[in-house]
Design a protein around this ligand. Structure first.
Ligand code: SF4
Length: 77
């Protein structure tokens, strides 16, 4: 299980999540930050600091945001 960054990140890219992630598993992909689902330890620290509420646990993603999870999986494959 992992947290997922959705499209809303692309408008902001505040990168506050990078400062708090203890697993160093958030990287910039083309237009937004993405979380490596293989390294995320599910701590939730990134979720609370995101100013645009662009980070969700994968179990709580809305249907229209599921593609963001696939983006992360494919990016770190
Ligand atoms: Fe990093 Fe924790 Fe967020 Fe996973 S949940 S990306 S480990 S801060």
């Amino acid at each position: 299980m992992a947290f997922v960054i959705i499209d809303a990140c692309s408008q902001e890219k505040a990168a506050k999540c990078l400062d708090v992630c203890p697993a160093d598993c958030i990287k910039l992909a083309d237009t937004q930050y993405v979380i490596n689902p293989n390294l995320c330890i599910d701590c939730g620290a990134c979720e609370v600091v995101c100013p645009v509420e662009a980070i969700y646990h994968e179990d709580e993603l809305l249907a229209e945001d599921k593609h963001s999870h696939l983006l992360a999986i494919n990016h770190f494959r």
